[in-house]
Design a protein around this ligand. Structure first.
Ligand code: CU
Length: 163
């Protein structure tokens, strides 16, 4: 959408009003759907959180925090030489209007250093920090219910090895 207004020839008033409209609606432009956290067994050090995120404008997910773990990182799974690997990323791109899935085989939120076991039926608070193209940040509060591995189906990758 903004492409239409990038040309300098455009009426300045229109540009100003457009920018004003963007800043007025800067809050709560990011929608999070179907968040969930994987349950853990007693003593398990880490778990993962997953969801679908849709931002209204080009943005990126730059961080996640949760009281459920001492360290929270955003990870990316990738396949290298037939081996699944994962590691932290600085940000997850959220192109305008496109739903980005955080899922077991892609980007996911790693909860490392769990402060307690995550049991089925628990709700884990997550705070997402999303930055738009202008560098403005918003936080999105998410309440993620815990699901078991069986419910979440594909949980084949090993989280412990590369941490
Ligand atoms: Cu991970």
């Amino acid at each position: 959408m903004t492409v239409l207004f990038r040309k300098p020839a455009l009426c300045r008033a229109l540009t100003v009003s457009l920018l004003a409209g963007i800043s007025l609606s800067a809050v709560a432009q990011t929608r999070v759907e179907d968040p969930w956290v994987r349950t853990s067994v007693p003593g398990q050090p880490s778990s993962g959180a997953f969801m679908r995120i849709t931002a209204d404008t080009d943005s990126k997910l730059v961080g996640v925090a949760s009281p459920a773990a001492t360290h929270v990182q955003v990870h990316e799974m990738s396949m290298t030489d037939d081996v699944m690997r994962m590691g932290p990323v600085d940000a997850v791109p959220l192109p305008a209007g496109k739903t980005v899935a955080l899922e077991p085989n892609g980007y996911h939120v790693m909860l490392m250093g769990l402060v307690g076991q995550i049991k089925e039926g628990d709700h884990v608070p997550l705070t997402l920090t999303v930055e738009n193209a202008k560098g403005e940040r918003e936080t999105v509060q998410v309440d993620a219910p815990a699901r078991t591995m069986a419910e979440s189906m594909d949980m084949n990758h090993e989280h412990g090895a590369s941490h």
